[in-house]
Design a protein around this ligand. Sequence first.
Ligand SMILES: [Zn+2]
Length: 393
Amino acid sequence: MLMPLALAPSFGFGDRLGLATAGHIAAVRGTKFAPIFAQQSVRENTRTGRTPQQVMDDARRAVDAAKWDLPWGADADHLKTVEDLLSFVQAGYTFFTVDPGEHVDNAADADPSGALKNKVAKFDWDELSALYLNQLDDPPWGQFDEESLMRASVKYGRAIRHAASMFNRLSQLKDAFDFEVSVDETDSPTTPLEHFYIASELRRLGVRFTSLAPRFIGHFEKGVDYIGDLNALDSELEKHAAVTTYFGTYKLSLHSGSDKLSVYPLVVRHWGERVHVKTAGTSYLEALRVLASYEPDLFLKIYSLGRECYEVDKRSYHVSASLEFLPNTSDLPSLLNDFHAREILHVTFGSAIGKFGAELKSALIKHEDTYNEVLRTHFAKHLNLLQAKNESG
Ligand SMILES: [Zn+2]
């Protein structure tokens, strides 16, 4: 049943080629996670040349073939404008991820006080200060003083209003849906205090959101494990979790969630089942793993194109791989375990699909069983860690 998943623990499987859902079903069957089988951003649709309807049709076909009769969702990911909504609504999507990042004022972190005061004049400062200053309790996410409240409201104020206008428009178009607000692609991490502010203001504006994706400290790069200090992340997540617990109405959403195996135990400890994890490109990388083993000529063409296109294609992503550190190896499958090769192959998917899409798809259809099994194994690693009982209490 395609339906909103509300607060059930959920896992998003992006599928850029339209051939991965069977493997995703094999992986998620029997776990506690409600799956999102259709999930694509406007950016991905542009790069893969697919429409929201095609992404939905591919997922639905696999769902029917596998006789999956439990709830599942379809995520219209990283929507930026009101105009983005309609084609996803018409195609039956149930989960709408709104990314108001373009309306975040990143300069607010460092604006001198004169500039800050000019900017804050556009907001109802009396109302904000009455709501957020001089709170008596001492919450784990911290307290606002006048300056930090000004910075938070300038930084996120317009973005929050934009998210609210998208919610309002969607409410006119659709009765029931999951609504996520994501600020994971902003320039700086979301502090726990800013997280509190965003959630509180969204609620004040009547936005009924089911999940929220902050940007956490350290680096959540595509298709590779977390880069950063796990202890520092752990104590930061504890404060973020205090915010979600305080409101109690939404899930924590972890974007760029694929392959963050070292972070999952922390997420489980702090959020338990109140979590949504989003993955996308890792299923494409698993497709390339199949090619590396069984269709090496095609793999080498894609790998060589990836090296050509990397410097341009990487511009809209947070990645740190470097062409000069690529391993010199004839063991092609081992490239799919290498940090640099993974990121380079990951962000150049649009170029690869543009040039070799038809060959890529027919190769995967030819090796369908292998692809399903590779996906099942790959996601079992993710889902097992996310399902693990919290051992430290
Ligand atoms: Zn994201």
